[in-house]
Design a protein around this ligand. Structure first.
Ligand code: SF4
Ligand code: SF4
Length: 435
């Protein structure tokens, strides 16, 4: 059993955990070698050595925790570790993630050899050779699964965390990786049934709608119908009953990555009032941006360019570049090690803006707090990935009803006094003034 202390600036890994780390590093080196011409001679071997060693190493590193340390978040060394407190390793990880996204979006030719190592899998899943998005989808899913196992092991005392983590792993693997691939295998349009407008903005843009409707077999038309129903009917109804969490913490792939790969960085979210203010300005501005872009595109489509001409396309291209690629991709994940795991969800996602408005004004969801039991330890605020100062509410015994709360439940899981509860109750009396 390891001692629990915030005063241990040194590592004390067991031999087995060190072995796990070494395996991961070797797997990562094979992945880097996969970028080189040499991997062309035996791409499958490079794939197996890189992905296989990373998986094996991660499991060897994660699983001993079951015996070695108690369940739940441990502060041990967290604020001393370079990787989790914006030290050199944290910055190196940020540069790596950011650089990877920049190359993925704008210079995929440099990934060509690595992409070829996943060809064999792409042929099985999609019936065609891999491209940069297949490579990305594979490693994204791998990260969610492996780090999801870590999340389950770490939070094995909480049934909510176990089920929620299984849910994001299931939706990522099934609905964001396998089903879109199998649709292509059967000559159907690639489609993500768990992404909706305005997050997946193009699904209600005229180009996508016309293209899907032109597909033979009627499945394309069903996809448009599905997307519209999910955006305009299911989203408000489910958010009314369960709050934002039904999507952001249980289904969404972006949230899934944040909750798994991003978990080691959740304490880095800024809790200041200024960041709360910036969050509100930014996220609603982006929602307005995507609504205007969608409207302009449709007006342009219906009037055949007579009203806004190239304006709508300018809006659409700007949104795709600045928000779709730069913000949600490069910054959204690249900045995990610097600004916490939910940079995109907190400051940028237009779906979060919609869900948040419903959650705040028309939902049964709230986090109740028994202020009398709060000892002001601050664990809840520290580990809230959305930068909410949960303690401030808990100390006053107030219910926590914030548009940004994704219902991850970590504040409740880390509370040593059991003060916080995620609940779906009646609308009446939902806002309380506390003690
Ligand atoms: S905030 Fe947006 S991207 Fe993040 S989990 Fe929610 S819907 Fe997904
Ligand atoms: S308030 Fe609690 S449930 Fe909501 S986002 Fe923060 S940690 Fe998660």
């Amino acid at each position: 059993m390891q001692p629990i202390s915030i005063e241990l600036p040194h590592h004390n890994y067991s031999a087995i955990k060190k072995t796990g780390l070494v395996l991961c590093v070797v797997g990562f080196l094979f992945m880097m070698m996969g970028l080189m011409e040499v991997s062309r001679s035996n791409p499958v071997m490079f794939f197996l050595l890189s992905a296989g060693l990373i998986i094996a190493g991660a499991l060897v590193f994660i699983l001993p925790q079951l015996k070695e340390s108690p369940a739940g978040i441990k502060h041990n060394r967290l604020f001393f570790l370079s990787a989790t407190s914006r030290g050199l390793l944290g910055w190196a990880a940020a540069v790596f993630f950011t650089g990877f996204y920049v190359i993925l979006y704008w210079f995929p030719q440099y990934l060509e050899n690595l992409i070829r190592t996943t060809d064999w899998l792409s042929f099985i899943v999609r019936g065609k050779a891999a491209d940069q998005w297949f490579l990305y989808g594979f490693y994204y899913t791998l990260a969610v699964i492996v780090m999801g196992i870590r999340m389950i092991v770490k939070n094995r005392h909480s049934r909510y965390q176990i089920i929620r983590t299984c849910s994001v792993m299931f939706f990522q693997l099934g609905f964001s990786f396998l089903i879109p691939g199998l649709l292509q295998l059967f000559n159907q349009p690639e489609f993500y049934f768990t992404y909706f407008w305005p997050l997946k903005y193009s699904y209600l843009f005229p180009n996508d709608v016309h293209w899907l409707m032109s597909q033979p077999g009627g499945l394309g038309t069903f996809m448009i119908f599905w997307g519209a129903i999910m955006s305009f009917v299911a989203t408000p109804v489910l958010t009314y009953f369960f709050g934002k969490r039904w999507y952001c913490s249980w289904v969404c792939g972006c949230g899934g990555l944040a909750e798994t790969l991003g978990d080691p960085y959740r304490q880095l979210s800024n809790k200041s009032l200024m960041s709360w203010k910036i969050e509100r300005y930014l996220i609603y501005s982006i929602l307005v941006f995507v609504v205007i872009t969608t409207l302009l595109l449709w007006i342009n489509s219906v009037t055949q360019g007579a009203m806004f001409g190239s304006w709508s396309q300018t809006f659409s291209s700007a949104y795709g570049f600045y928000i779709g690629a730069l913000f949600s991709g490069v910054i959204g994940v690249g900045f995990y090690p610097l600004m916490g795991s939910r940079v995109w969800c907190r400051f940028g996602c237009p779906m979060a803006a919609v869900l948040g408005l419903i959650q705040k004004y028309w939902s049964r969801f709230r986090i109740t707090s028994n202020g009398g039991q709060c000892i002001s330890c601050g664990n809840c605020s520290t580990y809230c990935e959305m930068g909410i100062d949960v303690r401030a509410y808990a100390m006053k015994g107030q219910n926590i009803i914030r548009a940004s709360c994704v219902g991850c439940g970590i504040c409740s899981a880390v509370c040593p006094r059991g003060v916080l509860n995620l609940e779906n109750g009646p609308l009446e009396g939902r806002y309380n003034l506390g003690r």
